[in-house]
Design a protein. Structure first.
Length: 267
């Protein structure tokens, strides 16, 4: 008896699950769990990472991310307003900035800020300032486009209503448009914060002392002293301590305010 289309789809899904289960069982039987445990989950090595992995590395990662996000958000808002300006040079500058820095790897921006700028101007930026600038530049180009899309998503009637009440264009933008735009773009901004948390690992390029290490540099240093990859696993779990709550927050914001901004978000 021929199966219906629905039954064929159900049978196909069941076959995929069975195949996946067989693959997992085969891999589990072939794996050398004693070596895996020693290489990735050595509790003695993991214990040596504490409390510094929390009190130093995790703390610095959070600080670097917060500094970069604050600067990126401020710059992004300014660039978004310039992008929407009726003044041609403002639009041209904002578009050039956005396209230029979205097209460069974050690695190059860190090197330019940490090495290029001090060399060019014969000065030395404080490390936290250099990290903030690098992360802020990386994130501002993406957030500018997200904010711009959010501003354009605010219904035109809101602007017309504000203007009919006698508000100036500037006051309308500040008190009516921008607050509504930020409500729309909260989910993609949360996603940008997650991306920035991972980009903070590039701070090691600017040199570091033990007290300045973030999670990636801390795990690399510990890896030199350990015989396995347990420090990497510990650092990964610490990153998840940051990113999983942010992901949950993002999902709740998307559920409350919508899936985000058409054309917005990050790359």
């Amino acid at each position: 008896m021929a199966l219906s289309r629905r039954q064929r789809r159900s049978a196909f899904r069941t076959g995929q699950y069975v195949l996946l289960l067989v693959i997992v069982i085969v891999l589990a039987l072939l794996a050398d769990w004693s070596k895996i445990g020693k290489a990735f989950f050595d509790l003695d090595v993991a214990a040596k990472q504490f409390p510094d992995v929390i009190t130093v590395a995790l703390k610095n990662t959070v600080i670097f991310t917060a500094l970069g996000f604050a600067l990126g958000l401020g710059l992004g808002l300014v660039l978004a307003l310039m992008r929407l300006s009726s003044v041609g040079p403002y639009r041209w500058f904002a578009r050039g900035y956005i396209e230029f820095f979205r097209g460069l790897p974050a690695l190059l921006i860190f090197l330019a800020v940490g090495i290029g700028v001090p060399t060019a101007f014969a000065t030395q930026l404080p490390r936290n300032v250099a990290i903030m600038l690098a992360l802020g530049i990386v994130s501002s180009a993406y957030m500018a486009e997200t904010i711009r899309a959010g501003i354009q998503a605010v219904p035109r009637g809101q602007i017309e209503a504000a203007r009919s009440l006698g508000m100036s264009p500037a006051r309308t933008m500040i008190t009516v448009v921008i607050p509504q735009a930020f409500r729309i773009i909260l989910p993609p901004l949360a996603n940008e914060l997650i991306m920035l948390t991972k980009d903070s690992s590039l701070a090691f390029l600017l040199g570091t002392t033990p007290a300045q290490q973030e999670l990636a540099q801390f795990s690399r240093q510990a890896l030199l002293e350990a015989k396995g990859l347990t420090p990497i696993v510990v650092a990964g779990l610490c990153y998840l301590v940051i990113t999983i709550p942010l992901s949950i927050l993002q999902q709740r914001l998307e559920k409350k305010y919508g899936a985000g901004v058409p054309g917005g978000g990050t790359v």
